[in-house]
Design a binder for this molecule. Sequence first.
Ligand code: AMP
Length: 431
Amino acid sequence: MATTYRAPRGTRDLLPAQRRVFAHVEAIANGLAERYGYRQIDVPMFEQSAVFERGLGAATDIVEKELFRVSPSRGEEKDKLALRPEATAGIVRAYIEHGMHTLPQPVRLSLIGPMFRYDRPQAGRYRQHVQWNVEAIGDPGPGVDAELIELALRFYRDAGLGDVEVKLNTIGDPVCRPAYVATLAAFYRERADRLALADRARIETNPMRLLDSKEAATQAVNREAPLLWDHLCDACSEHFAGVRVHLDVLGIPYQLAPEIVRGQDYYRRTTFEFFRPGAEGQQDALGGGGRYDGLVELLGGRPTPAIGFALGLDRVVNALVAGGFEAPELAPVAVVVGADPAATAARLRIATDLRAAGIAARADLGQRKLGKQLETAARDGAHFAAIVGDELEAGQILLRDLPAGTQRSVPLGDLVKELTRASRTHRHGGD
Ligand code: AMP
């Protein structure tokens, strides 16, 4: 028996119906990026592993457990490359490499592309998923922090998810965080026996991550945990207040949520995540982001404040599809069919001319009877069939309005004009 191949575990094929929804969502993201002045950038899908190890932190789950290391079969780069698990580190690497600090700051950038994480696959969690990243590099905030949150919420609304909410937090900076982390670790140490077993090891490595634990036992302990909000330094406190003032002015409601600590080491101060009400487990986050004021310096650039978000587009598409959303079908305006099954060249010639004139047209190139050709054209949603027959010799073609079931003879030279006029009065091509 021949081997059958399947898409790798944790990946999925986007078939045309779903890909169309994806394209719809991407078009909204790109349109908003342009309107808000975030210019598109692309960076490679793989980088030197060190960009992620240094940038995100070698002890983070994303680097330690989820990195897809790329192993070319030979050469000195063997084992030194990794598929990007997220885009921020690569974008910052590019910012530094291309001396973008000499451009007017902040540099506003937008990127849509696949990310790769060796996650345990489950509903809404893939090993290849697509993110929309928006980054404002070179602005200390707090205004731009609010701008990004507003932009993300507008994106969700425009895409068709009107009920998305934002959870907001601040995780301090190297001035105030270390003392808080020590206090928090002491708090957890005293209650280690009440924590979920899986979480205990983190008391010493990364106690703040315990705040967003999904384990019920740990969550119960967390209700008594000291809050960083009570330990912020003046600068962080002022910044957080500033973000909230800007959100208030924009009329954006938000929930204050100390558990939004994010998974990458580079975050400082503002952090936020987007959820739909009732779907608030971690893997249901639609997106998130935050400030990463130390990252440019960490990757070899000058000290540069920056902030960004990453929205998971697969989850947006899944939510839209689950809600019955269908992107408009791209139906042809006309299909060129013919009475003589074998006369495919004449049909292709006419369809080619229509397409050159900007009309969405197809030729039926299967050598089937006219009845079958017309049936297929109707099933594909074509509005017109242009029927090639004997009258072609006299320069005429039959134009059949498929839904109406009417037809008339038009001069071949007028076909473009006729179809252009007719298609203007009907909905075609997915608007
Ligand atoms: P993160 O920066 O890890 O919070 O990722 C940003 C967003 O990308 C998340 O809120 C998710 O919507 C999406 N995302 C992250 N990992 C995955 C995954 N494995 N599969 C699908 N979407 C993901």
